[in-house]
Design a protein around this ligand. Structure first.
Ligand SMILES: Cc1cc2nc3c(=O)[nH]c(=O)nc-3n(C[C@H](O)[C@H](O)[C@H](O)COP(=O)(O)OP(=O)(O)OC[C@H]3O[C@@H](n4cnc5c(N)ncnc54)[C@H](O)[C@@H]3O)c2cc1C
Length: 369
């Protein structure tokens, strides 16, 4: 399909992906795996009996539907299922959360346009001096999208509460105001004179909000030491990428020897609700560890592991990690470093990111994901 670039070296290893192709591929993957997908459905409540969640209520335009199960996976990012089901949760880490970002895709940029980070930062700084508002970050991430050659950008950082519709709405509105201001700045760059906004994100992208308190929390030290655990169910490899405040540089802390670290099953298991498992950005980590665990490639792995763990639990009423690992390996998951296809070669990272090597800002820049 031409929708994925060759792997490229960044802070880790990255590939660029084209979003429409990704939607199609994910639809087909689910179809062929026999997954019943219910889009346009909100989980609105959950019931609890003792220390177990027993059912969830889903809402669509037909009304409410109750679903009962022996085990549940919360991959909602916001931890809605855990929260509604009375499991132990927290908001952010140490009283703070990472910023979110509204993406913006631009069309009308010529093939020979100057897409160097220095040029774009200069254009934004000059626009600020001319009084163009509201502009906050002076550098960000931007890259050509495979197939379409549109330019995707991540400049519009916001601090808000991802659990609160009013706060999210205000951030979205302010984000779209910023998008217009960035467009004004970018149109001063040669080749970008006729740029236009193709789309802003369907919603602002949230990096962090509620967390489920798990039986174990991955720590910054685990990642910096390349921790190994007996109950590993997934490998993490993306550096700790922490977004502090709008307009402030992103903090990067690297994985031990640029290799991998183990994510233990306990990190996906609620500490007080034994039939609740989590995946994706809900995987429990401290502030910086969360900045590594949350990215897409790792989320695929933790989501896979949480699904298998829930199935094992539902069948046997236990969370024996040996059974979970056995099933993951049967399904071709690479859960140990020596099982990597390129054994002996250091795995740098398997995360998806949309950018091009020629456009990488130098270290210390505000490239982000
Ligand atoms: C601006 C930005 C850029 C990024 N760039 C990159 C990148 O280049 N590469 C990379 O690897 N990672 C990137 N990331 C990180 C990555 O996108 C996320 O961390 C990752 O998507 C987390 O996946 P998730 O499935 O846990 O959560 P999400 O992607 O947030 O998915 C959660 C889903 O649950 C749904 N949901 C929530 N509550 C309910 C409910 N009550 N009922 C029903 N559904 C519900 C939501 O609608 C959503 O679809 C980026 C993040 C941001 C914010």
């Amino acid at each position: 399909m031409g929708a994925v670039s060759e792997p490229i070296q960044f802070h880790g290893v990255a590939v660029l992906i084209e979003p429409e192709s990704v939607k199609y591929v994910l639809d087909q993957l689910c179809k062929h795996a026999g997954v019943q997908v219910c889009l346009h459905t909100m989980l609105v409540s959950a019931t609890r009996n003792g220390n177990h969640i027993t059912s969830v209520t889903l809402h669509d335009d037909g009304g409410n539907h109750e679903v009962r199960a022996k085990a549940f996976v919360d991959a909602s990012g916001e931890g809605d299922l855990a929260f509604f089901g009375g499991a132990s949760v927290r908001y952010g880490n140490h009283g703070t959360v990472q910023t979110g970002t509204l993406s913006m895709r631009l069309g009308g940029i010529t093939a020979d346009a100057d897409l160097s980070p220095t040029r774009w930062t200069a254009a934004i700084q000059q626009a600020k001096q001319r009084g163009v508002k509201p502009l906050v970050s002076e550098s960000g991430l931007f890259f050509r999208v495979p197939i379409t050659n549109d330019v995707a950008t991540y400049f519009i950082d916001q601090k808000y509460d991802g659990r609160d519709a009013e706060s999210l709405t205000a951030a979205g509105i302010h984000g779209r105001e910023q998008a217009r201001a960035y467009l004004k700045a970018i149109r001063t760059i040669p080749g970008c004179e006729h740029a236009y906004i193709l789309a802003t994100g369907p919603e602002i992208g949230t990096r962090e909000s509620r967390h489920v308190n798990a039986r174990y929390q991955v720590t910054t030290q685990d990642i910096e030491n390349g921790a190994r655990f007996d109950d590993v169910v997934c490998l993490g490899a993306w550096p700790m990428e922490y977004h502090t405040e709008p307009g402030q540089p992103t903090v990067w802390r690297m994985v031990h020897e640029n290799s991998t670290y183990d994510i233990p099953l306990r990190t996906l298991c609620s500490k007080d609700t034994p039939n609740l498992f989590v995946g994706g950005r809900l995987t429990d980590g401290d502030s910086y560890a969360g900045g590594s665990l949350r990215v897409m490639g790792t989320s695929f792995g933790t989501g896979h592991a949480a699904g298998v763990a829930a199935a094992v639990y539902a069948q046997s009423q236990g969370s024996e990690y040996i059974f979970v690992q056995k099933e993951l390996v049967r399904q071709n998951a690479h859960i140990k470093l020596d099982q990597q296809p390129n054994a002996g070669e250091k795995l740098r990272c398997g995360v998806f990111i949309w950018m091009r090597l020629s456009q990488f800002p130098q270290d210390g820049g505000e490239n982000q994901c």
